[in-house]
Design a protein around this ligand. Structure first.
Ligand code: ZN
Ligand code: ZN
Length: 304
Protein backbone atom coordinates (compact mmCIF):
# COMPACT_ATOMS: atom_id res chain seq x y z
CA UNK A 1 0.00 0.00 0.00
CA UNK A 2 1.40 3.38 -0.88
CA UNK A 3 1.16 6.46 1.26
CA UNK A 4 -1.80 7.98 -0.56
CA UNK A 5 -3.88 4.82 0.05
CA UNK A 6 -2.97 4.89 3.71
CA UNK A 7 -3.92 8.51 3.80
CA UNK A 8 -7.27 7.81 2.17
CA UNK A 9 -8.12 5.04 4.63
CA UNK A 10 -7.09 7.26 7.54
CA UNK A 11 -9.37 9.99 6.23
CA UNK A 12 -12.26 7.56 5.75
CA UNK A 13 -11.89 6.23 9.29
CA UNK A 14 -11.67 9.76 10.66
CA UNK A 15 -14.75 10.80 8.70
CA UNK A 16 -16.66 7.74 9.92
CA UNK A 17 -15.87 8.42 13.58
CA UNK A 18 -16.49 12.14 13.43
CA UNK A 19 -19.81 11.77 11.59
CA UNK A 20 -20.98 8.89 13.78
CA UNK A 21 -20.18 10.96 16.89
CA UNK A 22 -22.12 13.93 15.58
CA UNK A 23 -24.97 11.64 14.51
CA UNK A 24 -25.32 10.13 17.96
CA UNK A 25 -25.73 13.52 19.64
CA UNK A 26 -28.33 14.35 17.02
CA UNK A 27 -30.01 10.96 17.56
CA UNK A 28 -30.08 11.53 21.29
CA UNK A 29 -31.71 14.90 20.71
CA UNK A 30 -34.40 13.16 18.61
CA UNK A 31 -34.73 10.08 20.81
CA UNK A 32 -38.30 9.30 21.83
CA UNK A 33 -38.43 7.46 25.14
CA UNK A 34 -41.20 5.13 26.19
CA UNK A 35 -43.71 7.55 27.65
CA UNK A 36 -45.98 5.39 29.80
CA UNK A 37 -49.72 4.87 29.68
CA UNK A 38 -52.83 6.43 31.14
CA UNK A 39 -53.90 2.95 32.22
CA UNK A 40 -50.80 1.25 33.56
CA UNK A 41 -52.62 -2.08 33.88
CA UNK A 42 -52.10 -2.34 30.14
CA UNK A 43 -48.40 -1.56 30.32
CA UNK A 44 -46.16 -4.41 29.22
CA UNK A 45 -42.90 -2.56 28.71
CA UNK A 46 -39.63 -3.30 30.48
CA UNK A 47 -39.04 -1.76 33.90
CA UNK A 48 -35.97 -0.01 32.52
CA UNK A 49 -35.39 1.34 29.03
CA UNK A 50 -31.74 1.01 28.04
CA UNK A 51 -30.28 3.37 25.47
CA UNK A 52 -26.74 2.70 24.36
CA UNK A 53 -25.19 5.99 23.30
CA UNK A 54 -21.76 4.66 22.40
CA UNK A 55 -19.62 1.63 23.26
CA UNK A 56 -18.96 2.95 26.77
CA UNK A 57 -22.00 5.05 27.58
CA UNK A 58 -25.55 4.08 28.49
CA UNK A 59 -28.64 6.01 29.52
CA UNK A 60 -31.26 4.11 31.51
CA UNK A 61 -34.78 5.29 32.18
CA UNK A 62 -37.26 3.88 34.64
CA UNK A 63 -40.67 2.97 33.21
CA UNK A 64 -43.20 5.66 34.11
CA UNK A 65 -45.83 3.03 34.93
CA UNK A 66 -43.53 1.68 37.64
CA UNK A 67 -42.97 5.15 39.08
CA UNK A 68 -44.34 8.40 37.72
CA UNK A 69 -41.03 10.22 38.32
CA UNK A 70 -39.50 8.03 35.55
CA UNK A 71 -35.94 9.06 36.44
CA UNK A 72 -32.95 8.77 34.11
CA UNK A 73 -29.74 7.09 35.23
CA UNK A 74 -26.34 7.23 33.54
CA UNK A 75 -23.81 4.42 33.24
CA UNK A 76 -20.31 5.34 32.02
CA UNK A 77 -17.46 2.90 31.47
CA UNK A 78 -13.78 3.69 31.61
CA UNK A 79 -10.95 1.20 31.24
CA UNK A 80 -10.77 0.48 34.97
CA UNK A 81 -14.04 1.67 36.44
CA UNK A 82 -17.68 2.11 35.64
CA UNK A 83 -19.72 4.93 37.12
CA UNK A 84 -23.45 4.62 37.78
CA UNK A 85 -25.15 7.93 38.49
CA UNK A 86 -28.39 7.32 40.46
CA UNK A 87 -30.34 4.13 41.17
CA UNK A 88 -33.93 5.08 40.39
CA UNK A 89 -37.18 5.28 42.31
CA UNK A 90 -37.97 1.63 43.15
CA UNK A 91 -36.08 -0.62 45.55
CA UNK A 92 -37.44 -4.05 44.57
CA UNK A 93 -35.09 -6.02 42.34
CA UNK A 94 -38.03 -8.10 41.12
CA UNK A 95 -39.98 -5.20 39.70
CA UNK A 96 -36.95 -2.98 39.02
CA UNK A 97 -33.90 -5.18 38.24
CA UNK A 98 -31.34 -2.36 37.94
CA UNK A 99 -28.34 -4.32 39.23
CA UNK A 100 -29.16 -7.21 36.86
CA UNK A 101 -29.27 -4.85 33.91
CA UNK A 102 -25.97 -3.23 34.91
CA UNK A 103 -24.49 -6.74 35.14
CA UNK A 104 -25.82 -7.70 31.72
CA UNK A 105 -24.39 -4.56 30.14
CA UNK A 106 -21.05 -5.15 31.88
CA UNK A 107 -20.88 -8.75 30.64
CA UNK A 108 -21.72 -7.71 27.11
CA UNK A 109 -18.89 -5.20 27.26
CA UNK A 110 -16.51 -7.82 28.60
CA UNK A 111 -17.22 -9.93 25.52
CA UNK A 112 -16.79 -7.04 23.12
CA UNK A 113 -13.80 -5.49 24.83
CA UNK A 114 -12.34 -8.80 26.01
CA UNK A 115 -11.85 -7.32 29.44
CA UNK A 116 -11.84 -9.68 32.38
CA UNK A 117 -15.00 -9.00 34.41
CA UNK A 118 -13.00 -8.23 37.53
CA UNK A 119 -10.97 -5.49 35.85
CA UNK A 120 -13.87 -3.07 35.78
CA UNK A 121 -15.10 -2.04 39.21
CA UNK A 122 -18.34 -0.15 39.75
CA UNK A 123 -18.80 3.12 41.59
CA UNK A 124 -22.38 4.10 42.42
CA UNK A 125 -22.98 7.80 43.07
CA UNK A 126 -26.02 10.09 43.18
CA UNK A 127 -27.09 13.39 41.73
CA UNK A 128 -28.73 14.04 45.12
CA UNK A 129 -30.44 12.14 47.89
CA UNK A 130 -34.13 12.38 46.93
CA UNK A 131 -35.81 8.99 47.10
CA UNK A 132 -36.43 8.75 43.35
CA UNK A 133 -32.66 8.70 42.72
CA UNK A 134 -31.40 6.30 45.39
CA UNK A 135 -34.05 3.62 45.81
CA UNK A 136 -32.18 0.64 44.32
CA UNK A 137 -28.88 1.27 46.14
CA UNK A 138 -29.31 -1.91 48.16
CA UNK A 139 -29.19 -4.02 44.99
CA UNK A 140 -25.50 -3.06 44.75
CA UNK A 141 -24.46 -3.56 48.38
CA UNK A 142 -23.23 -7.12 47.88
CA UNK A 143 -22.07 -6.80 44.30
CA UNK A 144 -18.40 -7.69 43.75
CA UNK A 145 -15.91 -4.85 43.14
CA UNK A 146 -18.59 -2.27 43.89
CA UNK A 147 -18.56 0.88 46.00
CA UNK A 148 -21.83 2.62 46.79
CA UNK A 149 -21.39 6.13 48.10
CA UNK A 150 -24.40 6.35 50.39
CA UNK A 151 -26.34 9.56 49.95
CA UNK A 152 -26.52 10.75 53.58
CA UNK A 153 -26.09 14.46 52.83
CA UNK A 154 -22.99 15.69 51.04
CA UNK A 155 -20.55 14.43 53.66
CA UNK A 156 -19.86 11.09 51.95
CA UNK A 157 -19.14 12.70 48.60
CA UNK A 158 -16.87 15.25 50.31
CA UNK A 159 -14.92 12.46 51.99
CA UNK A 160 -14.79 10.16 48.96
CA UNK A 161 -13.58 12.81 46.54
CA UNK A 162 -11.59 15.12 48.84
CA UNK A 163 -14.02 18.01 48.41
CA UNK A 164 -12.70 20.23 51.21
CA UNK A 165 -14.15 23.44 49.88
CA UNK A 166 -17.82 22.62 49.22
CA UNK A 167 -19.48 23.84 47.01
CA UNK A 168 -16.77 25.83 45.19
CA UNK A 169 -14.31 23.00 44.65
CA UNK A 170 -14.59 20.68 41.65
CA UNK A 171 -13.30 17.13 42.05
CA UNK A 172 -12.35 14.61 39.40
CA UNK A 173 -12.76 10.84 39.01
CA UNK A 174 -10.59 8.92 36.58
CA UNK A 175 -12.48 5.86 35.29
CA UNK A 176 -9.43 4.80 33.27
CA UNK A 177 -8.83 6.99 30.23
CA UNK A 178 -12.10 8.75 31.02
CA UNK A 179 -12.31 11.75 33.34
CA UNK A 180 -15.49 12.83 35.08
CA UNK A 181 -15.79 16.03 37.10
CA UNK A 182 -17.87 16.27 40.23
CA UNK A 183 -19.34 19.74 40.53
CA UNK A 184 -21.24 20.49 43.74
CA UNK A 185 -24.45 22.29 42.81
CA UNK A 186 -26.70 22.70 45.87
CA UNK A 187 -30.02 24.48 45.62
CA UNK A 188 -32.52 21.87 44.44
CA UNK A 189 -31.21 20.06 47.49
CA UNK A 190 -28.21 20.75 49.74
CA UNK A 191 -26.32 17.71 48.47
CA UNK A 192 -26.99 18.12 44.74
CA UNK A 193 -24.11 17.36 42.40
CA UNK A 194 -23.56 17.82 38.67
CA UNK A 195 -21.28 15.48 36.73
CA UNK A 196 -19.28 16.40 33.63
CA UNK A 197 -17.97 13.61 31.43
CA UNK A 198 -14.99 14.70 29.35
CA UNK A 199 -15.52 11.88 26.81
CA UNK A 200 -19.06 12.74 25.74
CA UNK A 201 -18.87 16.34 26.99
CA UNK A 202 -22.15 15.79 28.78
CA UNK A 203 -23.13 17.86 31.77
CA UNK A 204 -25.36 15.60 33.85
CA UNK A 205 -27.38 17.90 36.05
CA UNK A 206 -29.76 15.61 37.97
CA UNK A 207 -32.74 17.68 39.19
CA UNK A 208 -30.78 20.95 39.02
CA UNK A 209 -31.59 21.51 35.34
CA UNK A 210 -33.78 19.36 33.12
CA UNK A 211 -36.81 19.81 30.85
CA UNK A 212 -39.28 20.08 33.70
CA UNK A 213 -40.12 21.73 37.00
CA UNK A 214 -36.91 22.97 38.61
CA UNK A 215 -37.83 22.75 42.29
CA UNK A 216 -35.60 25.16 44.19
CA UNK A 217 -35.30 24.56 47.92
CA UNK A 218 -32.37 26.92 48.61
CA UNK A 219 -32.69 29.93 46.33
CA UNK A 220 -29.36 31.70 46.99
CA UNK A 221 -27.39 28.47 46.74
CA UNK A 222 -29.20 27.45 43.57
CA UNK A 223 -28.41 30.78 41.92
CA UNK A 224 -24.73 30.46 42.86
CA UNK A 225 -24.66 26.88 41.55
CA UNK A 226 -26.06 27.97 38.18
CA UNK A 227 -23.46 30.76 38.06
CA UNK A 228 -20.70 28.22 38.71
CA UNK A 229 -22.05 25.87 36.02
CA UNK A 230 -22.07 28.77 33.54
CA UNK A 231 -18.48 29.56 34.51
CA UNK A 232 -17.56 25.88 34.09
CA UNK A 233 -19.15 25.89 30.62
CA UNK A 234 -16.89 28.77 29.58
CA UNK A 235 -13.87 26.49 29.93
CA UNK A 236 -15.40 23.12 29.01
CA UNK A 237 -17.37 22.44 25.85
CA UNK A 238 -20.90 21.21 26.61
CA UNK A 239 -22.27 18.87 23.94
CA UNK A 240 -25.47 18.25 25.89
CA UNK A 241 -27.03 18.98 29.26
CA UNK A 242 -28.81 15.88 30.50
CA UNK A 243 -30.98 15.88 33.60
CA UNK A 244 -32.84 13.21 35.51
CA UNK A 245 -36.45 13.69 34.36
CA UNK A 246 -38.63 14.95 31.52
CA UNK A 247 -41.75 16.81 32.65
CA UNK A 248 -42.20 19.20 29.72
CA UNK A 249 -44.05 18.27 26.57
CA UNK A 250 -42.76 19.18 23.12
CA UNK A 251 -45.18 22.14 23.21
CA UNK A 252 -43.25 25.10 24.67
CA UNK A 253 -44.22 26.06 28.24
CA UNK A 254 -46.46 23.01 28.65
CA UNK A 255 -45.68 20.48 31.39
CA UNK A 256 -47.52 17.29 32.29
CA UNK A 257 -49.73 17.04 35.34
CA UNK A 258 -47.70 16.11 38.40
CA UNK A 259 -47.72 12.36 38.98
CA UNK A 260 -48.90 11.55 35.47
CA UNK A 261 -47.92 8.10 34.18
CA UNK A 262 -48.44 9.13 30.57
CA UNK A 263 -46.31 11.70 28.73
CA UNK A 264 -47.45 11.85 25.11
CA UNK A 265 -45.04 13.85 22.91
CA UNK A 266 -42.34 14.52 25.47
CA UNK A 267 -39.77 17.28 25.10
CA UNK A 268 -36.24 16.12 24.29
CA UNK A 269 -34.09 15.03 27.21
CA UNK A 270 -31.26 17.06 25.69
CA UNK A 271 -30.77 20.65 26.76
CA UNK A 272 -27.92 22.89 25.61
CA UNK A 273 -25.62 25.52 26.99
CA UNK A 274 -28.01 28.20 25.70
CA UNK A 275 -30.67 26.83 28.04
CA UNK A 276 -28.29 27.10 30.98
CA UNK A 277 -27.51 30.70 29.97
CA UNK A 278 -31.23 31.44 29.68
CA UNK A 279 -31.80 30.04 33.16
CA UNK A 280 -28.99 32.20 34.56
CA UNK A 281 -30.30 35.34 32.82
CA UNK A 282 -33.77 34.75 34.25
CA UNK A 283 -32.49 34.05 37.77
CA UNK A 284 -30.43 37.26 37.62
CA UNK A 285 -33.57 39.22 36.78
CA UNK A 286 -36.05 37.85 39.30
CA UNK A 287 -36.20 38.27 43.06
CA UNK A 288 -36.44 35.24 45.33
CA UNK A 289 -40.11 34.54 45.88
CA UNK A 290 -42.47 31.64 45.73
CA UNK A 291 -43.60 32.63 42.26
CA UNK A 292 -43.28 30.16 39.40
CA UNK A 293 -41.66 31.25 36.14
CA UNK A 294 -42.74 29.23 33.14
CA UNK A 295 -40.13 29.19 30.38
CA UNK A 296 -40.31 27.40 27.03
CA UNK A 297 -38.23 24.38 28.10
CA UNK A 298 -38.43 24.41 31.91
CA UNK A 299 -40.23 25.94 34.86
CA UNK A 300 -38.44 27.76 37.67
CA UNK A 301 -40.33 26.44 40.66
CA UNK A 302 -39.35 27.77 44.09
CA UNK A 303 -40.44 25.55 46.96
CA UNK A 304 -42.09 27.23 50.00
ZN1 ZN B 1 -34.89 15.81 43.42
ZN1 ZN C 1 -35.95 13.71 40.93
Amino acid sequence: MNISHKHLIYLLVLTFFSTSYAATIEQLQQKVWYSGMADCNKDNHDAIEVHQYDQDTYILRQNMCLHSEAPFMYLLFGEQKALLIDTGATASKNSFPLADIVNKISLKRVKIRQHQPQTVSLLVVHSHSHSDHIAADKQFYNRANTTVIAPNNQQNMKTAFGLKNWPEQIAQIDLGNRLVNIIPSPGHLQDAITFYDHKTQWLMTGDTLYPGRLYINQWAQYKQSIDRLVKFSQNNRIAAILGAHIEMSSTPKKDYVMGSTFHPSEASLVLHREDLLELKAKLDKIAPSNQKHVMDKFIIYPVK
